[in-house]
Design a binder for this molecule. Structure first.
Ligand SMILES: NC(=O)c1ccc[n+]([C@@H]2O[C@H](COP(=O)([O-])OP(=O)(O)OC[C@H]3O[C@@H](n4cnc5c(N)ncnc54)[C@H](O)[C@@H]3O)[C@@H](O)[C@H]2O)c1
Length: 310
């Protein structure tokens, strides 16, 4: 028995790198897989059906079931076609992995609106487009009495969660994807749909140029190597499975053998401005400096009446 027997999965951008490893491992664990890939360049130019076709062949050669889809996630109607591929080929959808991505790195003062737009279109709109169509399908299923046990797994990056110079387009999109995932987890739980993120890593064509390293397909590694982009796939398989039924709205990172869970944005220390009688009063700008320097940067006496909110 595979962990994902009976489930149907879509992996976007599964023709190369991280998504390729995820599609193959999902199939190895019993899922039927739609291998979506537009087949363009790292910067998002052109298209080629061979990227998706090759992965379908790999999955079939390992005894799995898969079909190819070549639509662009950046296109709203294309995304509808991707969801439709799963229903047409396998009669259902249980797992949506949004992985497709492109890069156009530049410092903001050199970045054209087109470079900003095209990256946001694939990562942020791409995830929105597929999630929208998939959630309409799952909501209908739920309303007709077939409550889904479904999972969305979106792909994020430290560039968005921690920041990276030269990636203002990509970082903004990835931070947005993390925010959309948390919102999706809130909106879709009543329909049996969970939504989580994975931050992957590995020597893919996307990062190879910068790192000057060889790019191999995940299935071509014969022993453990930290840079195998297939190393991130086990987190996707588990998050997609019913074993993770209690897990939603979370951001995981799995790179090499290093598994981590991101902490969410949370409210830090809070301070209330008060007058001498203890009544609430507006903040004075320089009082803000004194309080923040004293309690947050620990450098100066605040010198006003202020009370830490417990
Ligand atoms: N490789 C890393 O170290 C790393 C780190 C953090 C996050 N990521 C993320 O992992 C994901 C996969 O990246 P990768 O490194 O495997 O890169 P990759 O270039 O090897 O794979 C990305 C795939 O997405 C496809 N794609 C691009 N635009 C598409 C579109 N509009 N519609 C459908 N498919 C499209 C490409 O054809 C390609 O096959 C991306 O979301 C990326 O941002 C990768």
């Amino acid at each position: 028995m595979g962990m994902l027997d009976g489930k149907v999965a879509i992996v976007t951008g599964a023709g190369n790198g991280v998504g390729r490893g995820e599609a193959i491992m999902l199939a190895d664990h019993g899922a039927k897989v739609v291998v979506n890939d537009l087949g363009g360049s790292v910067s998002g130019e052109g298209s080629d059906k061979r990227a998706a076709d090759a992965v379908v062949e790999v999955i079939k050669s390992r005894g799995g079931e898969a079909v190819a889809n070549y639509d662009s996630v950046a296109d709203y109607d294309g995304a509808k076609g991707i969801i439709g591929s799963a229903i047409d080929a396998f009669g259902r959808l249980d797992i949506l992995v949004n992985n497709a991505g492109i890069l156009r790195d530049k410092m903001m003062f050199s970045m054209s609106p087109e470079d900003f737009d095209s990256v946001v279109k694939v990562h942020l709109y791409g995830a929105f487009n597929t999630m929208t169509h998939a959630s309409q399908y799952w909501r209908n299923e739920s309303k007709e009495g077939r409550q889904p046990r479904a999972a969305i797994i979106n792909t994020v990056s430290s560039a968005g969660l921690q920041g990276q110079a030269s990636q203002i387009n990509y970082g903004a999109a990835k931070a947005g994807v993390a925010a959309m995932t948390i919102i999706a987890s809130l909106e879709l739980s009543r329909y049996g749909v969970r939504a989580n993120c994975i931050g992957p890593g590995g020597a893919t064509r996307m990062v190879a140029q910068a790192m000057k390293i060889e790019v191999k397909n995940p299935e071509d590694y014969t022993e453990f190597e930290a840079m195998n982009p297939g190393n991130s796939a086990p987190a996707v398989v588990w998050l997609a499975s019913d074993e993770a039924q209690h897990v939603t709205g979370q951001v995981f990172r799995l790179v090499g053998n290093n598994l981590a869970l991101y902490r969410p944005w949370e409210m830090g220390e809070q301070f209330l401005a008060k007058d001498k009688e203890g009544n609430p009063k507006p903040w004075d700008p320089s009082d803000i400096g004194r309080i923040v320097n004293r309690y947050v940067f620990q450098s100066e006496n605040p010198g006003i009446d202020a009370q830490r909110r417990s």
